[in-house]
Design a protein around this ligand. Sequence first.
Ligand SMILES: Cc1cc2nc3c(=O)[nH]c(=O)nc-3n(C[C@H](O)[C@H](O)[C@H](O)COP(=O)(O)OP(=O)(O)OC[C@H]3O[C@@H](n4cnc5c(N)ncnc54)[C@H](O)[C@@H]3O)c2cc1C
Ligand code: FES
Length: 259
Amino acid sequence: MLTKNDFQIIEQQELAHDIYRVILHGEFNYAGVKPGCFVMLKLPDEAYQLRRPLAIAACDSVQKTITLIYRIVGDGMRLLSKLAVGTIVNILGPLGNGFSLENVDVGTEVLLVGGGTGLPPLMMLAQVLKEKGCRVSTAVGFRTASMIFGETEFERSGQLLLATDDGSRGFKGNVGELLASQTTVSKYTNVYACGPEGLLKMVQTRFVPTETAIYLSLEGRMACGVGACEACVVSTGEGTFNKCVCVEGPVFNGREVIL
Ligand SMILES: Cc1cc2nc3c(=O)[nH]c(=O)nc-3n(C[C@H](O)[C@H](O)[C@H](O)COP(=O)(O)OP(=O)(O)OC[C@H]3O[C@@H](n4cnc5c(N)ncnc54)[C@H](O)[C@@H]3O)c2cc1C
Ligand code: FES
């Protein structure tokens, strides 16, 4: 069930350079949340009529909280970062299909690949896969050490491979180069990725020739979030601009979606 409810900010914290975590309290269809689902957040300022899509990084049906992690890219996210504890924001959700959890069982080898703002949905996914008994490896990339976040969450779920473009922490280079340096990438049953288009294309190039199932979560621009405006359409093998990321995604079969 989709709801549009007011939530109160109960925590707002800067995690890394220009990266914030906000925890919101309110009524929600918590049972309907899967890793990879997102919400459309309405800022409490009439200048911002369009809601902003943000992935659910964590949620707690007992405490009635959802956690969002966001990077300041424009005025909307900057305004969100300035909202104090106690402020009310409106949340539409849960939205999207979420990551497929088919073919995962105790001992299944899974790889999560993320960069920048693609990490929040992977945090919830890593936790759920760990609870299912999977062997979780996560490869993440950041521009530089001051932008790193999520280390504790990913390490709690399994092995973390970390890269920075400038080599200030971990492997020096991007996530693609990091994966290329590993000898074990063929062992994974499933790969799940979220991040910039270049990262998703790299995952396609690397894993399409293998047996690994590929799930890509897209973060294109959105306006309505509910399939009404067609601002978010992408192409799949079945046709041209034929799928709405907001309703039929944001997670797609990596062998079908055309980036
Ligand atoms: C399903 C989904 C889940 C998302 N989850 C997260 C998340 O968990 N954390 C997070 O930080 N961001 C996430 N995003 C991206 C987030 O929605 C945008 O960063 C946000 O809407 C920007 O709002 P703004 O007002 O700050 O920027 P705007 O003023 O709208 O834009 C500022 C600049 O950022 C660019 N930009 C805006 N949106 C995007 C985008 N989606 N991708 C690439 N460039 C963009 C614009 O082209 C412009 O150059 C998600 C997007 C989608 C579609
Ligand atoms: S954002 Fe309007 S159709 Fe997807």
